[in-house]
Design a protein around this ligand. Sequence first.
Ligand code: NAP
Length: 523
Amino acid sequence: MTLTGKMLIGQHATAGTREAIRAINPATDTALEPAYLGGNGEHVTQACALAWAALDAYRETSLEARATFLETIAAHIEALGDELIDRAVAETGLPRPRIQGERARTCGQLRTFARTVRAGEWLDVRVDNPQPQRQPLPRPDLRQRHIALGPVAVFGASNFPLAFSVAGGDTASALAAGCPVIVKAHGAHPGTSELVGRAVAKAVKACGLPEGVFSLLYGSGREVGIALVTDPRIKAVGFTGSRSGGLALIQAAQARPEPIPVYAEMSSINPVYLFPAALAARGEALAQGFVASLTQGAGQFCTNPGLVIAVQGPALDRFISLASGLLPTCGAQTMLTPGIASAYAAGVGALAEHAKVAAQGLPATGPNQGQAHLFVTQAQAFLANEHLQAEVFGAASLLVVCVDNEEVRQVSEHLEGQLTATLHMDENDLPDAKALLPVLERKAGRLLVNGWPTGVEVCDAMVHGGPFPATSDARSTSVGTAAIQRFLRPVCYQDFLDALLPAALQHGNPLLLRRLLDGQREA
Ligand code: NAP
């Protein structure tokens, strides 16, 4: 398939008019063809008008039709074959197996949402039958279901060119909810975005859906991105990226005459706690696991273990010495973009001003490579310096040495909101872990025992979210089937004739849904 450098406004390939965006192969520092001219406000208006026109028809598609659409997108992405893999590797510098795995995850995610749509639980149907004889007042017939919020703007993420981009988790969950989607592609991987965007548009056509169900725009965040977020037809936003980018979108969304929710996943340093008995029993395995998790994918994961917390002692000294011995064997890795590589270098430089460098990975041998870093500081220094808990996006981690459990608690209380918190513990650590748990539950969206936070399963129970600044809305997850809830809202129908009710709420329950009927969950 020849890349065209064009946006997709519904089914129409449209050239932009603004400054050209060109992907850069970060491994070679060379620009890739073609150029993608950025869109302007008129393109945003056209895409939003199409999305609005598509909304009512799309949100009332049958469960089967919508599930089939999601499956068709997955099939069309797979049909892109090696062309997609080659382009994504060239645009991101990520290793081929990683991109292949991400494609499988992206398609698996779409199919998981298809299963969710078919099951219909997300409609959360509740029926309270009328009680005409009730005293002093009769009760009317009340029925509730969830409907799509409206067109959703999705911002592709730099660090997951497939799984958090054009047809990634935000798009899949919004489409599953019945929301048309307009994607603002990330400028780092425009070719990958075009390939996937065309696969989605092809699925829209193959499934006979209104063209406005999906559009793909290129351009600057400050122009196209803000125009999208402030268009009155957009009703929610999905975003993964920097804290400053997320906050800019939140502010724009809040300043609208009609404010809308922004589901922004922004910044997290993912504390890892090493409890004494675990450290004493398996310091070597912990050091190996930590270094592997820290350096995986050049550390460019929102769940990267950027903070380690432990009580001082010989077992911790041994862990530091083992991890410090392993890190110098880790090669520098190509980062996603020149901007991310320089932001990483600056972040590491800033940390070095406030904490001691315990170990470094091998130095860079090519362009845009990030060198792994492990820093060490004392709890009191950490508590006194806000710079030390700023996210450094890449393979850098800070180990905070505490004098006792009380300092561990103070450091934990001092933390901003996190996506994850990890406990490495043995049975003898149980009282300490239990005592810390209430703090960690308040701080993080996912709590792990004896694992590593990198690696986020797409499933029903996953929470990839957390209090600010991990996300802008701690009540939500951006990974897993519960992500659909971000794009739904409840509607109650009172005293409706059966013929006027949506199928999900009709008396005969034609969709065979498990309803909450007069307070009892149906079998
Ligand atoms: P980014 O700069 O936040 O950009 C993400 C998207 O938001 C892009 O489409 C960008 O558009 C748009 N955007 C950014 N600032 C905006 C603003 N003020 N107004 C409107 N739109 C705006 O993130 P990035 O390019 O992926 O990486 C930069 C840094 O973000 C990294 O170094 C890292 O610190 C952080 N990051 C964190 C995570 C995480 O999961 N925690 C993931 C990725 C990145 P334009 O580029 O067109 O302006």
